[in-house]
Write a protein that binds this ligand. Structure first.
Ligand code: TLP
Length: 343
């Protein structure tokens, strides 16, 4: 059978044999009673890694972000985020549906929004006829911007603004591990500026499902309650938590390899005249580019015929993501196919 090189997302990773072994051997209990030892272990380990008082294992990145927003806000509040943020573009309008929130999207540069852009968007407290600004949410790394890393200096400057206006600060850190590995800044430091953080175990880290949210004990206690209300209370879920624990303990540092592979591929794309790529955005494991000669659909189809799967990054753009099931050799083969298709 022809080997498929799946670059559609880092969500497509499959659990390795070692991870499956950890899942098989996991001790389990009823997590709705908070009696699953493996879930409890994962939550404690993740809280320690992120430097937060407590953490909660949730089913997905969307659930993580939405639980955080729900707990931080009241209906009618407003959340400021970058216009291409996942919570605004790809979470099915959940801030409105699940929490009665309105989003104030701010157009950013490489996924970054500056305090100078955010400040004019903050509603005056005296304006009772306006929504109340409650949360500023950042995304790091930024998916739609191409896996870009949010500069720590700007995270700190936005934090100062958040403090000045008594707001709360959320991080969609679905790929915070990638940012940390690339910059050498610990996830603990990244998380330290935020009231809540959501991070995925099922992307580059290779777990089959699950995300972690973290914050104060009080915050997590309320998130635990809301998770149950939303039908997210699971039972002998230690089987999945074991995969998450394995991922956190074994698969973070190797993300550097994915970043090397992405840069290798991006450099080859940059040499093809009919393709446009901003090489500055290729900072971690995502490569976003545009074809001037072919539609997104036909590029995806042509690569599919060659056994290489790509996806649409944002309208008009094609996305390739590297991950632990994509090797150096796979990238070399992909580069060859690029040359053939676009020669
Ligand atoms: N991203 C997926 C798609 O939804 C686009 C992908 O293939 O990249 N935050 C960020 C920054 C994300 O990229 C994603 C998933 C999520 C949250 C949601 O995670 P899941 O899919 O676990 O709900």
């Amino acid at each position: 059978m022809k080997r498929i090189i799946d670059l559609r997302s880092d969500t497509v990773t499959k659990p390795s044999n070692e991870m499956r072994k950890a899942m098989y051997e996991a001790e389990v209990g009823d997590d709705v009673f908070q009696e699953d030892p493996t879930v409890n272990q994962l939550q404690e380990y993740a809280a320690g890694l992120l430097g937060k008082e407590a953490a909660l294992f949730v089913s997905s990145g969307v659930m993580g972000n939405q639980l955080c927003l729900n707990v931080l806000t009241n209906p009618g509040d407003e959340v400021i985020c970058e216009r291409d943020a996942h919570i605004f573009q790809y979470e099915s309008g959940s801030p409105a549906v699940l929490s009665g929130l309105q989003i104030m999207p701010v157009p950013g540069e490489m996924g970054v929004i500056m305090p100078e852009q955010i400040e004019p968007c903050i509603r005056p407290v005296s304006a009772y006829y306006m929504p109340r600004t409650k949360v500023v949410a950042l995304e790091n790394t930024h998916n739609r911007a191409g896996g870009t890393i949010h500069p720590i200096e700007n995270i700190i400057r936005v934090k100062e603004l958040v403090n000045k206006y008594n707001l709360l600060y959320h991080l969609d850190g679905a790929r915070i591990w990638n940012a940390s590995v690339e910059t050498g800044i610990s996830v603990k430091q990244y998380a330290s500026y935020f009231d809540s953080i959501s991070c995925c175990l099922s992307k580059g880290l290779g777990a089959p499902a699950g995300s972690i949210i973290a914050g104060t004990k009080e915050f997590i206690k309320e998130a635990f309650r809301v998770r149950k209300a939303w039908g997210g209370g699971m039972r002998q879920i230690g089987i999945l938590a074991a995969a998450g624990l394995y991922a956190l303990k074994n698969n973070i540092n190797r993300l550097a390899e994915d970043h090397k592979n992405a840069k290798n591929l991006a450099a080859a794309i940059a040499e093809i005249p009919s393709l446009e790529i901003d090489i500055n955005t290729v900072q971690t494991n995502i490569v976003i580019f545009k074809s001037v000669s072919l539609s997104v659909e036909s590029v995806i189809d042509k690569f599919k015929d060659e056994g290489i799967l790509l996806s649409e990054g944002k309208p008009g753009f094609i996305r390739a993501i590297t991950h632990l099931d994509v090797s150096f050799e796979d990238i070399e083969k992909t580069k060859k196919i690029f040359k053939e298709i676009f020669s």
